[in-house]
Design a protein around this ligand. Structure first.
Ligand SMILES: [Zn+2]
Length: 397
């Protein structure tokens, strides 16, 4: 997904904000309906039914009717898609959840065939058509992909607008060298390659981190609703946005480099959604060690692993293989001996049988490259207690 800075006029910004509010409202309505369904109703309303309800709601609420029908319907379609992804057993995504004002601001437009929806007006400027707002300028910072089908307009926490054109990145041809690489994802190190490379997703610099902490302290002291509070919050959001930008850039560049160098890319079949979702606890184990998990989860998200894998799959369709993560970190890549004790610490692997020692993530990456422990798809949930994920990581987190 290529993202561009959107530069609405003040008048257009009002229209865009309206779309965000409507999209969020409709989305949250859908979330609510599906929650009710969970509590023992006959069936959750389908997309078509929800569309009919939307028509009714628009007839009832003039403020909703004043907005764009396209935007609102698209929000329902997005929700239906998110639910389908959530129910996908082989590859479950997170359950669609509430969208909050100021945090998840955005909406989607599906391009119409009958007229141009994206056009270039000068070397560095493009325009994109948004209902009720008209042609909105954006910075033509790089090539806009051909055949844009839909685009998403978002406002980040720093109040900046962006437009992203949905076009799947072009597949990159395999080098044809027969080479296989295994990639293990870590927390301290974002990705370990079986070639011995350790990739780190960039974050904030030490100085930036210090500044962020200072801002957070200031924010805690600032009076609610004050101007000062707003300013401090914005400054913090800008720093966080910078971190996100760097991580995205890293995932883009790293994935391109990897798919150019190797024919087959093997990764563990770990669903980032599964791991990051578990913090709130289960019925048997309500919220235990939530804080520890939260810290770990932040680490995983920050490492940019999920994004990297997504980009690999986009750029190398059919060349990315998911390996069941069983024993990959307990197995010695030199002699094949499996022993949990070989994993000395999160960072160090030392085989209890042959004495082979290596960075733990690299040892795992070599096992992944070899495709060991490949059985069925299904992720770690059906793996036994010896499975390293997420327990082992948690112990040392
Ligand atoms: Zn060994």
């Amino acid at each position: 997904m290529s993202q561009y800075r959107l530069l609405p006029t003040p008048v257009q910004e009002v229209a865009l904000r309206g779309h965000c509010t409507h999209a969020r409202y409709v989305w949250n309505l859908a979330v609510e309906q599906h929650l009710h369904w969970h509590q023992g109703r006959a069936s959750a309303p389908s997309f078509l039914e929800q569309c009919r309800q939307l028509t009714q709601a628009r007839a009832e609420y003039p403020w909703l009717a004043a907005g764009s029908h396209t935007v609102q319907q698209q929000a329902l379609r997005d929700f239906a898609q998110a639910m389908a992804a959530f129910r996908d057993r082989a590859n479950p995504a997170r359950r669609p959840s509430w969208r909050k004002a100021g945090r998840n601001e955005g909406f989607r437009i599906v391009g119409r065939d009958r007229q141009w929806d994206v056009r270039r007006v000068s070397r560095h400027t493009g325009q994109v058509w948004v209902p009720k707002a008209g042609w909105v300028r954006f910075r033509w910072s790089r090539r806009v992909p051909e055949g844009v089908k839909s685009y998403r307009v978002t406002m980040d926490r720093a109040g900046r607008w962006h437009v992203a054109f949905a076009a799947i990145p072009e597949a990159i041809r395999a080098p044809g060298n027969g080479q296989v690489v295994g990639i293990d994802r870590g927390v301290a190190v974002s990705a370990a390659l079986s070639t011995g490379e350790l990739l780190r997703a960039p974050g904030l610099t030490g100085r930036e981190q210090t500044r962020l902490h200072r801002l957070e302290r200031k924010l805690a002291r600032a009076k609610r609703g004050s101007n000062r509070r707003g300013r401090v919050r914005q400054a913090g959001a800008r720093l966080k946005a910078r971190e996100t930008d760097r991580r995205k850039d890293w995932a883009e560049k790293s994935s391109t480099s990897i798919v150019r160098r190797f024919d087959v890319i093997r990764v563990e079949d770990l669903k980032i959604g599964n791991m990051t979702r578990s913090g709130s606890g289960t019925a048997q184990n309500p919220g235990q060690s939530v804080r520890r998990k939260a810290a770990l989860n932040r680490g995983i998200l920050r490492s940019g692993w999920g994004l990297l894998v997504r980009r690999l799959e986009d750029k190398a369709p059919g060349r990315v293989e998911r390996i069941k993560p069983r024993f990959t970190s307990q197995r010695c890549s030199a002699c094949g001996h499996v022993d949990p004790k070989s994993r000395e610490s999160q960072a160090v692997f030392r085989c209890t049988a042959c004495g082979f020692a290596d960075h733990a993530d690299l040892n795992a990456a070599v096992n992944i490259a070899a495709g060991h422990a490949v059985t069925a798809r299904g992720g770690f949930r059906d793996a036994g207690p010896a499975n390293r994920e997420p327990q082992l990581l948690l112990q040392s987190a």
